[in-house]
Ligand binder design. Sequence first.
Ligand SMILES: Nc1ccn([C@@H]2O[C@H](COP(=O)(O)OP(=O)(O)OP(=O)(O)O)[C@@H](O)[C@H]2O)c(=O)n1
Ligand SMILES: C[C@](O)(CO)[C@H](O)COP(=O)(O)O
Length: 260
Amino acid sequence: MSAETADAASPPVPGGRTAVVIPAAGRGVRLGRGAPKALRPLGGTPMLVHAVRAVARARTVSLVVVVAPPDGAAAVRTLLDEHPLPDSAGATEVVVVPGGETRQESVARGLAALTDDIDVVLVHDAARPLVPVETVEAVAAAVRDGAPAVVPALPVADTVKRIAPDVPAGEPEPVVATPERSLLRAVQTPQGFDRATLVAAHERAAGDGSDATDDAGLVERMGVPVVLVPGHEEAFKVTRPLDLVLAEAVLARRRATDGF
Ligand SMILES: Nc1ccn([C@@H]2O[C@H](COP(=O)(O)OP(=O)(O)OP(=O)(O)O)[C@@H](O)[C@H]2O)c(=O)n1
Ligand SMILES: C[C@](O)(CO)[C@H](O)COP(=O)(O)O
């Protein structure tokens, strides 16, 4: 770890609180026409509501910051008030803030809304509405145990090819490498962090204009170690129309077997 990162890091302390930032400001272009993805129904209930309930079910989570579409914070607040958390979520507080143009910007806005007593932060996509509570708890526990950055991950099922950059659209894509599959992992959310580390990573990225497709990617660039814990098949991301079909099926199975 560099001196800069060591200064930024501030390991969790007993008594500190855990928050989850839920970026939910995306449009869902790959899902096709319709309302912003997080607001689309899954089993008759907005995807975002499932995601909030999923993380609030974790005993360690006491604050949830939902990052709404930039012009939709009031509507999301109303929606969440219409779908209150179950009693099992205890006193978990849910706040809503407006998001930004990119996921990274939305997460940064969520981080800015954290209260001072939060020392562990999980970032969880609204687009992963069916994450099991055990995954949320495992990520939070690993951060509380001292890991500055924790990511749930699964082995990759397909063989992955690397292609040449800047291939014109419509041209065949030349393969340049086939990475060893056993060394690849597909990462999910929630990704968990020591708060100071994640905030420093986002501030640095905002400062130098860099970006990453996940929060851990920003933390890695600061030289902070990132560790993986087992992910879960049901924590998949609803990205394309077929994912929604799968999500409906998983939810129907849960409702049939667990009365969920
Ligand atoms: N400006 C953005 C873009 C994305 N997200 C959130 O980041 C998560 C993961 O992003 P993704 O699945 O890519 O969602 P979208 O950006 O909505 O999808 P698409 O790229 O198909 O439009 C989602 O919960 C999404 O709402 C966000 O908060 N702010
Ligand atoms: C954060 C993430 O879900 C990890 O897999 C993913 O990188 C988000 O990517 P997206 O293109 O914004 O869906």
